[in-house]
Design a binder for this molecule. Structure first.
Ligand SMILES: [Zn+2]
Length: 528
């Protein structure tokens, strides 16, 4: 018989004879260091089979950490007569073994065949990013994503908490960020107001929940661009202290943080101080993407900063700002990640992990930086942006993408930390749409993140789709059907055209008019 597991284990053999029967007399024994796996499995058996294991029979499920397994997060799973044994190299390994066992139960119900699995992750960093800045997703929805991440053996949740359209992280020292910045008057295509935020308690609860699932949480405070919601709350953060409303539409905005004023740095340091109390995994994403320098070019503070710091141009303020912010966060003992979005990337601190999303940085440059010791995470837009229509990134395209950097030296191989799929939500207002965009690409992506490249097979992945759909619907998730996820002909064209409707809310004209206004007002003042 065939047993389907997503992501595909590196080695699996199944003997088609009944070996183990689950019933309420079974023993469930967890050795030291297996508490997370134990509660996960107990909860699953209780939910799925309405069963509480009494432990008086001869059958046993045994969970243990085995030091003989050397690869971090690896595990073995053996189902033999009367015994299910999961051994992990560490706590995580045992936990991922339980995720595999859950999928086996979903297919075989109480009667399991003889199975032997040996498995280990391809990458140490297997991320998923949810954009809660554009549309707010309540805490319970975020936790639902954490559950499905765990089932796919993904271990880093990148929580995009701030955007032009909404600031979602409550910080008591700068309370207006959420009191004003969390609400927009209307959305891209809607006339209704939209908003919401996470209290500090909510965020702590999410972190705690993630930890139970062996997932680390990386909050992202995206600056110095994408900050209109913060400027709406605190105008002094911008050049020219502009009075703006929280952005209603998507598109790159020209009002960014004023990097010339020292008060901007003081403000951001206090934001990160408070954030670090909540997010205990000591990794912070500082954003850094899409930063026009329109305002900086005419702002007296920004121009003075360029002079003082001996920079060549205002463009250099971008890496200058990010490096200073990173230095502050690092001084508190945290790691820092940023998007690779500055053409002056090489000027930013090399200790900052780069998250690649576009192809502006050449492959050679990536290899060069990795060989010098800088860490990278790969999230290429055309493969891993789950909000893109299937007509642009089909299931197959997502599946078949593999980060390939052949020139990395052996001792720096682990600097390519891994991969991350991102769900941006400019056009994803509901969980139903979130599910449709994410699945089945989420599963396809997870096989690059987890499965050894040699063991990947798109055909086999497609064979697993009926089971995958069953698994997703049992958890209440919406998903795109195979035909929709691999559109051809008119369906493909339709999917692309539907996507292009975003151009209807293009902000270019607004930006041009606004830029003229700002220039007239402030250039005039400068000449007085
Ligand atoms: Zn400025």
């Amino acid at each position: 018989m065939k047993i389907h597991i997503i992501p595909q284990p590196n080695k699996i053999s199944v003997i088609d004879k009944k070996a183990f029967e689950l019933h309420s007399l079974c023993n469930l024994n967890a050795h030291k260091g297996c508490n997370k796996a134990l509660s996960e499995l107990t909860e699953f058996i209780s939910d799925k089979f309405c069963m509480e294991l009494l432990g008086t029979g001869k059958e046993e499920i045994r969970l243990s950490v085995d030091e003989a397994l050397t690869a971090s997060e690896s595990y073995t799973l053996d189902i033999t007569e009367d015994l299910i044994e999961i051994k992990g190299a560490d706590e995580e390994g045992v936990f991922w073994g339980v995720q595999t066992l859950k999928q086996i139960f979903l297919q075989c119900e109480e009667n399991l065949p003889e199975i032997h699995i040996e498995d280990a992750p391809a990458y140490s960093y297997r991320g998923f990013m949810l954009d809660c800045g554009r549309y707010f997703f309540p805490k319970d929805d975020v936790m639902k994503f954490l559950d499905i991440m765990a089932l796919h053996k993904l271990n880093y949740f990148h929580w995009h908490l701030t955007e032009d359209q909404g600031w979602r992280a409550q910080l008591l020292d700068n309370i207006l960020l959420t009191e004003i910045g969390a609400y927009r008057s209307h959305t891209n295509f809607g006339v209704k107001p939209h908003g919401g935020f996470y209290t500090k308690e909510d965020m702590k609860e999410v972190v705690e929940y993630a930890h139970k699932k062996c997932i680390k949480v990386i909050p992202e405070i995206d600056t110095p661009g994408h900050v209109v919601s913060a400027i709406a709350a605190y105008p002094h953060l911008s050049c020219f202290d502009r009075n703006l409303n929280v952005a209603t539409h998507c598109g790159v905005k020209h009002d960014v943080l004023c990097v010339g004023k020292e008060s901007t740095f003081e403000f951001m340091f206090s934001v990160f101080d408070e954030l670090l109390e909540i997010f205990t995994d000591s990794i912070i994403h500082i954003g850094g993407d899409e930063v026009p320098t329109t305002r900086w070019k005419i702002c007296p503070h920004c121009k003075a900063r360029v002079k003082e710091e001996g920079l060549k141009s205002v463009e250099d303020l971008h890496p200058y700002y990010l490096s200073r912010i990173a230095e502050y966060i690092e001084s508190k003992g945290s790691k820092v990640i940023m998007w690779n979005d500055t053409i002056r990337d090489y000027m930013a601190k090399s200790s900052i992990t780069r998250q690649l999303w576009n192809e502006e940085m050449s492959e050679d440059e990536v290899i060069k930086q990795i060989n010098k010791g800088t860490e990278f995470i790969i999230s290429f837009v055309n493969a891993y942006y789950l909000d893109l229509p299937y007509g642009l990134t089909s299931l197959k395209k997502c599946y078949e993408y593999n980060p390939c950097y052949d020139g990395i030296t052996e001792d720096k191989k682990d600097k390519l930390l891994g991969v991350e799929a991102c769900l941006w939500t400019e056009f994803v207002p509901t969980m139903e749409k979130a599910g449709y965009q994410s699945f089945p690409r989420f599963g396809a992506y997870s096989e690059t993140a987890w499965t050894d490249k040699k063991e990947k097979s798109y055909d086999r992945f497609c064979e697993k789709l009926p089971f995958y759909e069953y698994m997703l619907s049992s958890d209440g998730w919406n998903f795109a059907k195979e035909k929709e996820a691999s559109p051809k002909g008119i369906r493909k064209l339709g999917s692309r055209l539907y996507w292009e409707r975003r151009k209807l809310c293009w902000q270019g004209l607004h930006n041009i008019i606004d830029n003229i206004k700002v220039e007239r007002k402030y250039k005039g003042e400068e000449n007085k």
